[in-house]
Design a protein around this ligand. Sequence first.
Ligand SMILES: *Cc1c(COP(=O)(O)O)cnc(C)c1O
Length: 463
Amino acid sequence: MSDKGQKLRAIPGMDIVLEYEWVQSWLERLGRMRVKRIINNELTQIRRSILDGDSEFSPDTFKASCLDALASASRPSLRRVINATGVVIHTNLGRSLIAPEAVSAMSETASCYSNLEYDLKAGSRGQRNSHVEDMLCSLTGAEASLVVNNNAGAVMLALSALSKGSEVVVSRGELVEIGGSFRIPDIMELSGATLHEVGTTNRTHLFDYERAINESTTMLMKIHPSNFRIEGFTSSPERKELARLAHEKNLIFMEDAGSGLLVDTEIIGLPANTGEISIRACLESGADIVTFSGDKILGGPQIGGIVGKKKFVDRLKKYPLARALRCDKVTLAGFEATLRLYSQGRFDDIPTLRMIRADNDGMRLQAESLASTLRERVKAEIRVVETDDATGGGSCPEIKLKGWGVSLRHESYGAGYVQKLLRGLDVPILCGARDDEIVIHVRTLQSGDAESIAESLEGVFHA
Ligand SMILES: *Cc1c(COP(=O)(O)O)cnc(C)c1O
């Protein structure tokens, strides 16, 4: 212990550290409180590792790790990365990119006063939802609509306002978990509705729903299995049959559609058999309420869309929880501008749709051009390769897309190590890997990314 005690005594106190020459410029840049907190953190770690093992205090290591921590504290924490994974709607990388026109609308609304809740014609109080309601209705064929913070909020609001204290019938094959924190049974419980599960994981029949209905049932609910597929011996009733059953029994038929497809699958070039269906088609099949995300396949900012019959949407609008889940003005501006692009049929101006629809030959040419730039600047084995891309996993239908990319194999660095180096860059690059090579997928690269990738790889591979 005395040995450890001696080692502990070698650690300088905070007051002394704060006087060090190399700390001074950081005091100005980050403020004294922040610097103290960071240094304290480092000191605590050193103390712990001395107590736990046989390490000792090294002034040089201490200085290096403090400088590292101080530098990273001075960078914005939330920052830009390059998505070279080929996954268009990447939940961990911020889902959809917002169209430039929507970004300008957001920027203007952020920095200027607006008629957010002001009716300019009447000269009196207005509704924030009014800016998007009509367009959302005409794009989906709905009678009424409402937008809230996100789809989890939309589902929660709808269940709570329409089915609190009563039973909601859901197929066991649709009790999904999305992104680890959205689980239908949990949301159901929180909303005050009681989940009545029917059928089995792979098969649920109309008669299962029929038998489950009792005097306390108010809703049949369908949930889109966004991030998984059960294959083989499966079956579930058609939407139309469910809607007919619900309406015969005077129940509400609600669907959580997940991704928010506003156009037919052919328009965005998805194969017809993906199981994806548009919001309009859900409503046409008889759904009374449909909810969806704004930042998945819709390609807009984070919102939760709710469309459907006016009498139900009106109940949601009046329900107090709606106030807690309301959208912020910047988001509303971005969503309105995104819907306008849909109204004008300008699908290629919506980055998510453009990347999903990307032309295969175009991607091959892009990959070839990146490969030849890299061959001039980087010492590695470089090939143009076909890639497996995806619309998005975890939060969106996992639809496989064929794409193109560039693979790099370094003679001594393994792929995992190169990926780690690329994550440590000022503008981190996230890419795929297979065997011992990294793969840059071109589908998700934005303008200028190829050039920064070439520059960064040159630095990394020569270092
Ligand atoms: C993504 C998803 C949600 C959650 O939506 P958020 O907008 O992330 O809140 C809910 N249900 C389904 C079916 C989904 O795919």
